[in-house]
Design a protein around this ligand. Structure first.
Ligand code: PLP
Length: 462
């Protein structure tokens, strides 16, 4: 803990915003800093959390499931809440059929969620630590179709940020860690807390034992792996926060090959996959062989507006083994059971509704709305003659201010326009000279921000 530098980035930004509002109590502050969603969650999803689900959401096709290959060896976590038996990690075909059948019947009698908790028939306590099997299977089908991921490899959680830290518990403090530079700060900070980072070095702005993989426009935001040092764990986020860049299939193939050659595990964060619009991979498992080297973390936050509801998931494939041949999934299951007690059953009902055909369409419309915001912000900065990256595959725009300190640019924009952004340096040394601008906001706010920025840059000529 002593090795951590400053506060975690986002509370620090929040504090600066707070001080700014104290200084200018009448200013209308626009928040394009912390990536907090703003648009309402579609009614079909909130209704599923509150009352009647629209029916059929939890139905599992038993015939299809029982036809799968190797079902006898399938690892299955039998849902304690549903089966009323102790958790079993391995199950045979009959257990699986029984579990699915009970789940299906259960789903019919628990179609009310938040409201049902006030009724004798509808009340539910603990569920399975790994999440409801119906949701795990829906996630596998919706996001990992034809990638060989099964429901039992999906662990539902209360969000990607929590999973990043829980995953850190799998590995000892002597393992080495690599991160993209710049990157979402939780990877480094949780590695520091786990005792893996070594001392912070003021001269370089880097932790001694962390491998920083340089990702700048000059290298197409993808590190030169031929010169990169080996690390046991590689945190890789695509589309990347903060640069908004999505790695291509060929780049990810290189990453998987690099991990294989070095005996590394990739922790792949796909929290922004829903924003991809140029055909880049939405999952690391689109790359052949990734099941043997990668864990994937993802989230309902930015894709369904669940930043406050809290729901995410982690995929740990059965083929992922430690050097001694032991399956990582078994240890992860142990950690989830020890350090987590399952995601809220209300949030899970909402998650399931997001994955129905109608729910998915409704949340895709919200994602499209944010993408339209991103276009407005990109056009604004481009019109001012600035180099702009991202925004196409992610709700973040990465704006370059060559030769300037990112904290200075952040401070000036806040002071003169009352717009909160994030200084690029907060994401790592390679973020110096950049700011990150978020595309979450009501349309009129984004248009107002655009007008204020144009006015400021033209008048003050920063
Ligand atoms: N991963 C990345 C890359 C993020 O940017 C964020 C939040 O901004 C998270 C994870 C956290 O997601 P969650 O809200 O699911 O904890």
């Amino acid at each position: 803990m002593e090795n951590l530098q400053n506060e975690y980035l986002f509370p620090e930004i929040f504090m600066r915003e707070f001080l700014h509002t104290q200084k200018y109590p009448h200013a209308r502050v626009i928040r394009l800093g912390i990536g907090n969603t703003t648009e309402p969650i579609p009614d079909i999803i909130t209704s599923a959390m509150a009352e009647e689900s629209k029916g059929g959401l939890l139905t599992v096709n038993l015939a299809e499931e029982s036809g799968r290959r190797n079902l006898n060896e399938t690892h299955l976590t039998v849902n304690k809440g549903i089966m009323g038996v102790d958790q079993t990690y391995y199950a045979n075909r009959d257990d699986m059929r029984a579990s699915l059948f009970t789940m299906e019947t259960e789903s019919r009698s628990t179609q009310k969620h938040a409201h049902a908790l006030s009724t004798v028939e509808g009340y539910r306590g603990y569920g399975a630590e790994q999440g409801h099997m119906a949701l795990r299977m829906s996630i596998a089908q919706r996001f990992y179709k034809n990638m060989g991921i099964e429901g039992n490899e999906v662990f539902v959680s209360d969000g990607a940020q929590c999973d990043i830290s829980r995953l850190q518990m799998l590995f000892g403090s002597n393992v080495t860690v690599a991160v993209q530079d710049p990157s979402f700060p939780a990877y480094i900070d949780s590695s520091v807390i786990a005792g893996r980072a070594g001392n912070f070095q003021e001269e370089t702005g880097k932790y001694k034992n962390i491998v920083y993989l340089n990702c700048r426009p000059e290298n197409n935001f993808f590190p030169d792996l031929s010169t990169a040092s080996r690390a046991d764990l590689i945190f890789f986020c695509s589309p990347n926060n903060p640069t908004g860049n999505a790695a291509s299939w060929h780049q990810l193939k290189q990453l998987v090959e690099f991990a294989k050659a070095n005996g590394s595990i990739i922790v792949y964060d796909s929290s922004y996959a829903a924003y991809i619009s140029d055909g880049s991979p939405r999952s690391i498992y689109e790359i052949p062989g990734a099941r043997e080297v990668a864990i994937e973390i993802s989230s309902f936050s930015k894709f369904a507006g669940f930043t406050g509801v809290r729901l995410g998931w982690t995929v740990v494939p059965e083929e992922l083994l430690y050097a001694n041949g032991f399956p990582v999934i078994k240890d992860y299951n142990r950690i989830v059971c020890t350090c987590f007690n399952g995601a809220s059953n209300i949030a899970q009902a909402g998650g399931l509704a997001c994955l129905s055909a109608e729910g998915y369409q409704a949340i895709t419309n919200v994602v499209d709305y944010y993408k339209e915001n991103a276009k407005i912000i990109i056009d604004t900065f481009r019109a001012l003659g600035l180099k702009v990256y991202g925004g196409k595959n992610a709700p973040y725009i990465w704006v370059h201010f060559p030769g300037l300190s990112s904290w200075d640019v952040f401070n000036q924009i806040l002071e003169k326009t009352h717009i909160v952004t994030i200084p690029g340096k907060g994401f790592g040394p390679a973020g110096e000279g950049y700011i990150r601008v978020g595309a979450f906001g009501h349309r009129e706010t984004i248009l107002e921000a655009s007008a204020r920025l144009k006015n400021f840059f033209v008048t003050d000529n920063i």
